[in-house]
Design a binder for this molecule. Structure first.
Ligand code: PLP
Length: 367
């Protein structure tokens, strides 16, 4: 067995420096206010400002944020939500949570992201929303999806769980949809242990979203006087998670930048290599390379070669339409099949230093 310390992992938890984090954590943990309060609201303000998102709601998870976004988009019983199979499962289990049916559109086999032509074919009278994932941190075709959603009068929900810091047409990811969500789960660009953020384009929905985040109750109204008119959930962020989030924000630029620099390094290094190609990057977009995506006809061999040489590499997720819970294992998605067959994810985050990235490039050049 290989010594874990010598392996370049595919994903890694990023924590702020102990000397900065511990005093802040101690203060909040013993300060008497650990539930939702001022640190949460301060985190919301700072995160929204940093990523030009206007106003956000911090949540206990990305899944919770997505559940609220979908409810606000009108997803529910007898409704359909067009989604992608090429994602982590919570994108689609959140659709099930609303009572709606996920309908899988196909993906572009060069990017792994939703193919707008396939989405167009899936739209019908029952469609409440399109959920678009910027898979692995590579922005999807937001212009075309935005146009489709507008033309059909349906909502566009951006799942940005992999794509913090990515840009599309010089706008931050998360500003194209009617709503968007981010995840701060353990291994994302930024973690609050667990946590998420909900972005809403229509700010008039903010108050309903706030109530849905906390049982249907309104903060600031006496518990003995408040009247719940719509049942909500326990999706609010707590002060401890928010304190970690606030500490993370101070060196997040650097961290995201190293994902981007490593990703761009691999893009140039692999371009001339026969037999492998980087995932396609749409013109005018800037991926944030949560993990690096390359495509090759011999994906199993490439994964084996990297693993044997101390570099974690894998396909990471299972195409979601194959899960029987979504009741469509026979759905034919040629783009997903092609993409998944060729897919290899390799590490490219802040922990991949110059030595590790040269080693990865050399291994793949040797073939
Ligand atoms: C694409 C995608 N969407 C949604 C989620 C859900 O986020 P969370 O784990 O914060 O609930 C994840 C997390 O794994 C994800 O990768």
């Amino acid at each position: 067995m290989k010594d874990l310390d010598t392996i370049v992992p595919l994903v890694k938890v990023a924590m702020p420096a102990r000397e900065k984090l511990m005093p802040a954590l101690e203060k909040v943990l013993y300060g008497g206010f650990i539930a939702e309060g001022e640190p949460v609201y301060e985190f919301e303000r700072q995160f929204a400002a940093k990523f030009e998102l206007g106003e956000i709601l911090a949540t206990s998870s990305g899944t919770g944020a997505l559940h609220i976004a979908l409810l606000l988009a009108g997803a529910g019983h007898e409704k359909e939500v067009i989604s992608t199979s090429m994602t982590a499962e919570p994108t689609n289990t959140a659709i099930l949570q609303t009572g709606a049916i996920p309908v899988f559109a196909d993906v572009d086999p060069d990017t792994g992201n939703l193919d707008p032509a396939s989405v167009k074919r899936a739209i019908n009278d029952k469609t409440a929303a399109i959920v678009v994932v910027h898979y692995a941190g590579y922005p999807a075709d937001m212009k075309q999806l935005r146009e489709l959603a507008d033309a059909s009068g349906i909502q566009l929900v951006e799942d940005c769980a992999h794509a913090l810091g990515a840009r599309y047409a010089d706008q931050p990811i998360g500003t194209w949809g009617d709503s968007a969500i981010f995840s701060f789960q353990a291994i994302k660009h930024m973690t609050t242990i667990d946590g998420g953020a909900l972005v809403l384009h229509d700010k008039s929905q903010m108050e309903r979203a706030r109530r849905l985040r906390w049982f249907g109750l309104s903060k600031g109204v006496a518990r003995t006087e408040v009247n719940i008119t719509e049942g909500g959930y326990k999706y609010n962020m707590n002060n401890v998670a928010a304190t970690i989030g606030l500490m993370q924000l101070s060196n997040l630029d650097e961290m995201i930048q190293s994902h981007k620099q490593n990703g761009q390094f691999f893009d140039s290094a692999f371009e001339p290599v026969a037999g492998i190609k980087p995932a396609k990057i749409l013109a005018g977009t800037e991926p944030s390379y949560w993990i690096y995506t390359l495509l090759t006809d011999c994906s199993k061999d490439v994964i084996r070669c990297l693993n044997d040489n101390g570099v974690a590499a894998s396909k990471l997720h299972r195409p979601n339409h194959l899960h029987s819970v979504f009741a469509c294992p026979k759905t034919s998605l040629g783009g997903v099949e092609q993409f998944y067959d060729k897919l290899v994810h390799i590490p490219c985050g802040w922990w991949v230093d110059a030595v590790a990235r040269d080693k990865i490039a050399e291994l793949l050049k040797k073939g």
